[in-house]
Design a protein. Structure first.
Ligand SMILES: C[S@@+](CC[C@H](N)C(=O)[O-])C[C@H]1O[C@@H](n2cnc3c(N)ncnc32)[C@H](O)[C@@H]1O
Length: 254
C-alpha cells in the first residue's frame, strides 16, 4: 500500500533518533512513577488532563517507545495499544514491555489509518506522536472513528505560538517567522529532514467539532520549577518561561 511522502521521511528521522537517544532513555521513562507531559515536564497531577483509565481501553497514536502507554497501563488501563510507523521505536517498546511485563499491544502502522476496529477504545492519546507528525485532517477523524461514544482524545503538541516563532533551524525566536494563515504542513530541513503538521487554534476547534468531538479543556504549558534545562528540539527555557511552549488538548466524542 502506498504511503504519504511524509511517513517515509519521518520514519527515517525516527529510526535515527532511536539509535541516538530514544532507546537509551526508554527504560527511565517506562519506570517513571509520575505521569508528566512534554519537554516542560508538566505534572499530570497538577494539570488533570487525563480521565480515569481504570478498566479502560487506550490507544496511543504515534507511540514511539510507548512510555505514555506504559504509564496508563500502570494506572489500571485494561488494554493499551500503541501504533507507530517506525520499527526501531516499536522494538524498543517491545523490549521494555517484555522486561516490565505490562502487556502492551504494539502495532506497526500509520496513525492516520490504523486499520483497528471502529469504536474499540475509551481513550486516544498522543504526546508528540500523531499530534504533530500526522495530518490533522486525517488523524483526528481516525481518532474519532476509534473511540466509543463519550470516549476522550488527549494530545500534546508544540504551541501554535512556538511554531509561528520557530526559525527555519527550529530554534525559538521572539518574532513571528511565518504566517498563521494557511498553517498546515511544515517541512523542516534543519537539523534534518522532518515533516510536521500544525494548525491555528480556531482551525483545531473547527476540526475537532467537525469530527464529532466537543472540546473539554486546553492547557498551555510554560516552563516551571519541574522543567529540566535541556535543549531537545530547540527547547528554550527562557522562551518557555514567558510564552506557552506546548499545549494539551482534551476533547470528548459526542
Ligand atoms: C516523539 S515520538 C512520540 C512518542 C513519545 N511520546 C515521545 O515523546 O518520545 C514520535 C513518534 O511518532 C511516530 N510517527 C511519526 N509519524 C507517524 C505516523 N504517521 N503514524 C504513526 N506514528 C508516527 C514516529 O515514528 C515516532 O516514534
Amino acid at each position: 500500500m502506498s504511503e504519504p511522502d511524509y511517513v517515509a521521511v519521518n520514519r527515517v528521522a525516527w529510526t535515527k533518533a532511536n539509535a541516538e537517544y530514544t532507546d537509551r532513555k526508554a527504560h527511565a521513562a517506562w519506570t517513571q512513577d509520575e505521569i508528566t507531559w512534554g519537554m516542560c515536564n508538566a505534572r499530570e497531577s497538577d494539570l488533570q488532563m487525563l480521565p480515569d483509565v481504570t478498566g479502560r481501553d487506550v490507544v496511543e497514536l504515534g507511540c514511539g517507545t510507548a512510555y505514555l502507554g506504559a504509564w496508563l497501563k500502570k494506572r489500571g488501563a485494561r488494554r493499551v495499544v500503541g501504533v507507530d510507523i517506525t520499527p526501531a521505536q516499536l522494538d524498543t517498546a517491545r523490549r521494555l514491555d517484555e522486561e516490565l511485563g505490562l502487556g502492551l499491544e504494539l502495532v506497526e502502522g500509520n496513525a492516520e489509518e490504523t486499520g483497528l476496529p471502529d469504536a474499540s477504545f475509551d481513550l486516544a492519546v498522543s504526546e508528540y506522536g500523531a499530534s504533530i507528525w500526522c495530518d490533522p485532517y486525517k488523524w483526528i477523524p481516525e481518532a474519532a472513528r476509534l473511540l466509543r461514544r463519550g470516549g476522550e482524545l488527549v494530545f500534546l503538541r508544540n504551541s501554535t505560538l512556538a511554531i509561528l516563532c520557530a526559525t527555519d533551524e527550529g530554534s525559538p525566536s521572539e518574532t513571528l517567522q511565518r504566517p498563521q494563515l494557511g498553517l498546515h504542513r511544515l517541512d523542516w530541513t534543519e537539523p534534518e529532514d522532518e515533516i510536521e503538521f500544525h494548525l491555528g487554534h480556531s482551525e483545531w476547534v473547527r476540526l475537532l467539532h467537525g469530527s464529532g468531538f466537543e472540546l473539554v479543556d486546553l492547557a498551555e504549558l510554560y516552563a516551571t520549577e519541574n522543567t529540566p534545562d535541556h535543549s531537545y528540539y530547540g527547547f528554550s527555557r527562557a522562551w518557555a518561561e514567558r510564552w506557552p511552549w506546548e499545549e494539551i488538548w482534551r476533547a470528548r466524542k459526542r
